[in-house]
Design a protein around this ligand. Structure first.
Ligand code: SF4
Ligand code: SF4
Length: 365
């Protein structure tokens, strides 16, 4: 099982779609009841964490925050004590402070970058792009694992194709993106978001073409939303919510609760147990409402458990979000014959589309 482990709720950035919106959203009524009593930093004894993880046959820890590298000492202590695979989701600003032997032990690094310098700095603050890219270039020559660029697509920035192409030009081979849509109660404007969806869908169409052309040249770009969906289409696989929240992945809070999703870590309705619960006995969650009757559900899985349960946007907003999902699936279904042909000719292998599920890329943006 994959476990997001919250090392701290503090962050050293104040991103437009996270910090700013959290403040603006504080008055939105919620369907959840919240318990904010957990301490700000991870306060569970390593022995207690160890006893819990020992009961799991295949535990994988994803360091998470806030910004997890603000608690570097604690992170290294955990790594010194527990021999499990590690992943991290970080903003990358402090990567240069992590000793090389610890960086090497983190098998996959998800680093937040929204595309080019202007876009990243506009969303995440001045000089963010150069600092993060500088840190990544430093580790690239000796880092043996996977670095995944994680793009947040803000509602005024639908140009996913251009931003992915830019990051590919900077040397990224693995990229994931998520839409900042449906996660706050106050930020839906039907006309504005409909315009976004139209432009974003058009951009996705161009990105699929770009990706397939690269595949044809033997250049396998691990664009996670594409790889995850194509992998399922090739295997005839049906899926539950693809991030794994509440069935294959959980979040360990700073006080040792185990909850379905790191974004909803304060919601009492999402608590699945605690570190004394056997991993197999953790409460399971599934999507409900609109997803149950949806023809895309087998491939989509329900996009996001948190979004599905909170229902912060009105129905017309969720319809537009689902329009992006069904458009993405349709575009990828259309290229399946081309991909199957490439597999039969040996241009790519079916195994290339296999990937580690649940370590961070949610697959459905
Ligand atoms: S497309 Fe929308 S309604 Fe359908 S399964 Fe996905 S999230 Fe649910
Ligand atoms: S996709 Fe949604 S449910 Fe899954 S981890 Fe992200 S916020 Fe949580």
């Amino acid at each position: 099982m994959h476990y997001h482990l919250i090392l701290t709720d503090q962050c050293n950035l104040k991103c437009r779609y996270c910090y700013e919106k959290s403040i603006l959203d504080s008055g939105t009524p919620s369907r959840f009841t919240y318990d904010f009593s957990a301490p700000s930093t991870f306060s569970v004894s390593i022995e207690r964490l160890k006893r819990f993880l020992e009961k799991d046959e295949n535990p994988i820890i994803i360091f998470y925050g806030g910004e997890p590298l603000l608690e570097l000492e604690k992170m290294m202590k955990i790594m010194d004590s527990l021999d499990v695979p590690y992943r991290i989701q970080t903003n990358g600003l402090l990567l240069d402070r992590v000793p090389r032997e610890y960086v090497k032990r983190v098998g996959r690094i998800l680093v937040s970058l929204d595309g080019d310098r202007d876009r990243t700095d506009h969303n995440r603050g001045e000089h963010t792009f150069d600092t993060v890219m500088g840190n990544i270039r430093t580790i690239l020559p000796w880092y043996p694992g996977e670095i995944v660029a994680r793009i947040t697509i803000a509602q005024d920035c639908p140009d996913i194709c251009e931003q992915v192409q830019f990051l590919v030009g900077e040397g990224f081979r693995s990229i994931h993106w998520q839409l900042d849509a449906g996660f706050y109660g106050f930020d839906f404007d039907e006309r504005r978001f409909a315009e976004f969806v139209e432009k974003y869908n058009e951009s996705i169409g161009r990105l699929v073409t770009f990706w397939v052309r690269n595949l044809e040249k033997g250049n396998f770009l691990r664009l996670y939303p594409f790889v995850g969906i194509i992998s399922s289409l090739l295997d005839g696989e049906t899926t539950r919510v693809r991030c794994g929240a509440g069935h294959a992945g959980y979040c360990i809070t700073t006080d040792g609760k185990v909850v379905a999703c790191p974004i909803g870590c304060f919601a009492t309705e999402l608590v699945a147990g605690n570190l004394e619960t056997h991993p197999e006995d953790l409460k399971k969650f599934d999507v409900s409402g609109r997803c149950l009757e949806c023809v895309s559900r087998d491939i989509c899985g329900g996009r996001c458990l948190y979004w599905n349960k909170t229902r912060l946007w009105p129905e017309e907003g969720d319809n537009l979000i689902c329009n992006t999902v069904s458009h993405l699936i349709r575009e990828l279904k259309e290229v399946i014959p081309v991909i199957e042909k490439m597999i039969s000719c040996g241009v790519v292998r079916k195994e290339d589309f296999a990937y580690e599920k649940y370590f961070g890329p949610e697959i459905i943006p």
